[in-house]
Design a protein around this ligand. Sequence first.
Ligand code: GTP
Ligand code: MG
Length: 668
Amino acid sequence: MEIALIGNPNTGKTSLFNNLTGSYEYVGNWSGVTVEKKVGVFKNNKGRLIDLPGVYSLNPLSKDEGVVTSFFLKEPVDRLLNILDASQLERNLHLTLQLLEYEKPALIGLNMVDVATKRGIQIDTEKLSQILGVPVVPVVARSGKGCDRLIEVISTSSNHSKVKRHVYYGNAVEDAINKIGIELIGKTDHSPRWLAIQLFEGNDYVKSYLSDLVEAHKLETLITQLESVVINEYNNVKSLANYIYVKRKEVIEKILKASVQKMKTSEPLSEKIDAIVTNRYLGMPIFLLCMYLMFMLTFDWLGTPLSDVLDGLLTGPVTIGFESILNAINASDFIHALIIEGLIAGVGGVLVFVPQIFILFFFISLLEDSGYMARVALVMDRIMESVGLNGKAFIPMMIGFGCNVPGIMAARTIETPRERLMTILLTPLMSCSARLPVYALFVGAFFVGHKALVVLSLYVLGIVVALILAKIFTKTLLKSETSLFVIELPPYRLPQVQSLWRSTWDKGKGFVRKAGTFIFAGSVFIWLLSYAGPNGLKVDMDDSFLAMIGNLFAPLLEPIGFGTWQAAASLITGFLAKEAIISTMNIIYFVPENASLQGLLSDYFTPLAAYSFMVFILLYIPCLATAATIYKETGSRKWTAFSILYALFIAYILCLVIYQGGKLFGLV
Ligand SMILES: Nc1nc2c(ncn2[C@@H]2O[C@H](COP(=O)(O)OP(=O)(O)OP(=O)(O)O)[C@@H](O)[C@H]2O)c(=O)[nH]1
Ligand SMILES: [Mg+2]
C-alpha cells in the first residue's frame, strides 16, 4: 500500500508524516518547508507514506510545486491522503476538489482542529465526509491526537474510489471535457476528466503530457474556442482558468455552508504583533535586536561559559585519561602524538563548540517555528526589491544561517528561475553555523568586551555583501524585472518544547556527526601532514608538508593581514568543511595543557588581522557540500565554478579594504 500526502503549504503534512512513520523530516511554520518528495514506512509496517511539498493547486508555479504535479502524472499511487487546515478550509478545498477529480481513492485528514476550535470554527466532519464522498478524520498532527484513528480508517476503508462529481462546469466545458475524453480512450491510465480540466487551467505539465497523446493543434483550437465561449457568457470572468476557479468556489461555498459553523472571526493579537514587528521603521531594528540577543546568549551569557567547561574537561581529565591509557599500553610516540595532538586537538577542538552551536540552532528553530521568519521576509522585502530580488529570497538566506545546504534547497520555492539562481548564488554568503567556532575563538582572543557585537557585524556584513552583489548581478549577468512578492504570513504558533528540541537536535546532530566522521578523518590526515615532511617523520612543524603547502599561498595572504602558512593551511582545509578550519588550527597551534590557543593566537594575529581573517572565512568559498548542492540545484558547472570564484574574489577585495584601510586609519 502506498499513500501520498497532499495539501496546501503549512498545513502540517510533514508533522503528520513524522508522526505516522516515526521519522524526522523538516517542519517549520512557513509555506514551502518541504521541497522534495520524501518516502517513509508506516510505523505498523503496513505500507509506505509519501510526503510532498505543499501546493495550492496542481498547476505549478515553482520548482517545488512541480514535484507534486510530476508525481501525479508519473508515479502511480494507491491512495491520496489530503491534509486540510481546519482553520483555512475555504482556501484548502480548492485543492481537494482537484484531487477528487483525479479519481483515485482518497481520504481527508482534517488537521489543526485545535487551532480551528480556538478560533470558534466548528466542523461537522460527518457531514463533510458525506458531501465529499470520502472519509474525513480530524487530527492534531503536532501532538499526534487522532493519528490512531486515521491509521484505522486508512486500513479499513476501501481501496476503490467511488467517483462522485462535485463540480459541474457548465455545458460548454463539460462538452469539451468529453471530447478530450474520447480522444484519450485507451491511451492513458489517468482520469481523462482530470487531465482535461487541468489542461483548461493552463497546467503546462499536463499539456506536455497530453501532447504525446493528442495532436497539439486540436487541443489548442478546443481551448481557444472554449475560452471565448466562457468569457462571452460571463462578463466577470477573465480567462478559462479563472472560470474554473469561480465554478469551484461556488461549490466550496455550498460545502462550507452545510458543514461549518463559525463563532468568532478575527484574531486581533496576531495583527497587533504584526503591526509592530513588520512596521516600516521598527521591523529592521527588531530583527537586529533579536540577532544581537541571540549572539549575547551564544557568546556571553550561556554558550561560552559552557564551552569553557567542556574545554576544561578536554584539556584536563580527558587528555590526562588518554595519556595514562597510552602509557599503560606502552603506545609508541607516533600513536601517542596522533591521539593527543591529532585527534583530541582536532576533533575535541570542534566538539568544544557544541553548546554555542546548539544555542544558535535553538534560536533558528524558534525563528522557524514561531512564524516570525515570514515576517522578517516581509520586512526585508523593500530592500530586497531594490536589488532585484524579493522578500521571499530572504527565507533561504535565513535558513542558510544554520547550514547553507538546506538554505540553497529552500530556494526551490522561488518562482522565477532568475531569482532562484541568484538566491542560490548568494546564500553561501550567509554565515553558517560551521563558521561560528572560528568567530568564537577569535572574538574570545581579540574582542572580549564586544563579542556579540563583532559577530553581529559579520552576519550583517554577509547580508549586505549579498545585497550589493544582487544589485550588481541584476544589472549585469541576470537582467530582468523583479517578480511580484507574494508571501503567506503564517499564524503565530507557540512552539512546543518537544518539537523545538527535536528540530534543534536534528540540526545539531549533523554537527556532532561530522565531528565524529569527517573531522575525525581530516584531523588524522592534517596531523600526518604536520608530523611528516620531506626530511622524514617527526619534523619541526615549520618543515612539514603542511607548512610547505601553506607557504605556497601565504604570500598571497600577506596584504590582507595573515600571510602565515598556518592561516593558509587552515583556509585550504576549510573548503572541505568550515569546521575543519578550527580543527586544523588546533593541530597546528597545538598547545599542551595550560596554555590556551587563544593566548597563542595573539602571536600570529593583530586584532585588525583577526577581523580581516573572520571576514575572509565568512565570504571566501562555499564548502564542498555547499558547492555540490549548488551544482545539483543549478545543474550547471559554470554557475558552480562562478559561485566559488566570485566568493574568493569578493572576500579578497573586501579584506584588502578592511586591512589596508584599517592600517591607514591607524588601527592595528
Ligand atoms: N497547532 C497546531 N500546529 C500544527 C499542527 N500540525 C502542524 N502544526 C504546525 O504547523 C507548522 C507547519 O507544519 P509542517 O508539518 O511543516 O507543514 P507542511 O504541510 O509539511 O508544510 P510545507 O512542507 O511547507 O508544505 C509547524 O509549525 C507545525 O508545528 C496541529 O495539528 N496543530
Ligand atoms: Mg512539509
